[in-house]
Design a protein around this ligand. Structure first.
Ligand SMILES: NC(=O)c1ccc[n+]([C@@H]2O[C@H](COP(=O)([O-])OP(=O)(O)OC[C@H]3O[C@@H](n4cnc5c(N)ncnc54)[C@H](OP(=O)(O)O)[C@@H]3O)[C@@H](O)[C@H]2O)c1
Length: 341
């Protein structure tokens, strides 16, 4: 079978399609014929070496996969050959607060090989049925970006009908955050560096948009458009360049969900903005299998459609990564191992 393998060092010169033995499922395991994997920013960082400089190799990148059950091992009861499935990202994080051990089970990195291979073994507990309204390409976008946005908005953000949510950027996590906030009944403001992308985001349902390059002090735009006190939740993806604006955008008692570090990992923190206004800084790291089950139920109930910007065949994996590096996308980038996914 084919697998996309990083071996011999970091860098795209060391990322190649290799031939591997097809695995056989053991007790409690499911063999999945992978149809599609989605890319997350972390996959780019993993290949370049900045996600985890101590990453062991060889490793198959990508944490998210959807496909068809090929075979099941002894004791598997919830799935049968032919079922359409998607993975939960942290196989050892069952529910509730994360543990250090659970976080080490994220596939395509600390938890070992990821999903960019024709066949992958997954423990039964970490698989979820794909709702009928989704293609496998769409389902493959959910495990990392989807669950991260779900946890920021729903599990930890406590967003209510009539609430207000600010989302930074137009990538994978950002678009899911906008979609989940809308399901929760909140109004959304989406920020982008591109007016062309903002036009598309308005079509996809953003209530308010702003260009964070043209309006560097965008916290003012948040107050002008939502409430003089600010927004209930800011989904913080930019990191160093955006944290100050995020803190100034959130209302007293509101939440800043700390998720990304797109512009750098070290940012000065203006403490009174948090302390004197009782603002909650909530770190988010993906989500548990329990979070995934609740998100999948919401996705099915609301027939939520992930936004896939472009799908690449496996042999064009470099183009997929390059598109992510260039930031030319809106929503998710997918690599299809099955051309009919
Ligand atoms: N903690 C977690 O569990 C977790 C999980 C998933 C992702 N993340 C992190 O979240 C971030 C986004 O990940 P992703 O996979 O959604 O990435 P992505 O799809 O590549 O999206 C990146 C987008 O973010 C926007 N952006 C870049 N710099 C920005 C800035 N300074 N201010 C505001 N927006 C900016 C850009 O949007 P425009 O082109 O519209 O400007 C860019 O296209 C990354 O840092 C990633 O590592 C963390």
């Amino acid at each position: 079978m084919r697998a996309l393998v990083l071996d011999g060092g970091f860098g795209f010169q060391n990322l190649n399609i290799a031939e591997r033995e097809r695995p056989e499922p053991g007790p409690g395991e499911v063999l999945v014929r992978i149809a599609a994997v989605s890319l997350n920013y972390r996959d780019l960082l993993l290949v370049e070496g900045s996600y985890n400089p101590r990453q062991t190799m060889p490793v198959v990148p990508t944490s998210d996969g959807a496909g068809i059950v090929e075979a099941v091992g002894p004791g598997v009861t919830r799935f049968s050959p032919g079922d359409r499935v998607v993975n939960g990202i942290a196989e050892g994080w069952i529910d509730g607060a994360p543990s250090a051990g659970g976080l080490k089970t994220i596939r395509g990195g600390p938890g070992g090989d990821g999903f960019c291979a024709d066949y992958v073994l997954v423990p039964e507990r970490a698989l979820f049925a794909v709702p009928d309204h989704l293609s496998l390409t769409e389902a493959a976008t959910l495990p990392c970006a989807g669950i991260t946005a779900w946890c920021a908005v729903v599990e930890h953000g406590n967003v209510r009908p009539g609430g207000t949510v600010v989302v930074e950027g137009t990538g994978g996590v950002a678009l899911f955050a906008m979609q989940f906030a809308r399901i929760a009944g909140a109004r959304t403001m989406v920020l982008s560096s591109s007016n062309e992308k903002l036009d598309r985001i308005s079509d996809l349902g953003a209530d308010v948009t702003a260009n964070y390059v043209e309006v560097p002090e965008w916290s003012r735009a948040v107050r002008e458009n939502f409430d003089a006190d600010g927004a209930d939740l800011v989904v913080e993806l930019g990191g160093a360049a955006t944290l100050e604006n995020a803190m100034r955008s959130v209302k007293p008692g509101g939440t800043v969900a700390l998720i990304g570090n797109l512009s750098g990992s070290h940012a000065p923190l203006n403490l009174p903005l948090a302390v004197m206004r009782q603002v909650r800084l909530q770190g988010i790291t993906c989500g548990s299998l329990g979070d995934m089950a609740r998100m999948m139920a919401a996705v099915a109930t609301h027939r939520l459609k992930p936004w896939v910007h472009e799908t690449f065949p496996l042999d064009r994996y470099r183009d997929a990564f390059e598109l992510m590096r260039a930031g030319g996308h809106v929503g998710k980038i997918v690599i299809a191992l099955d051309p009919d996914a």
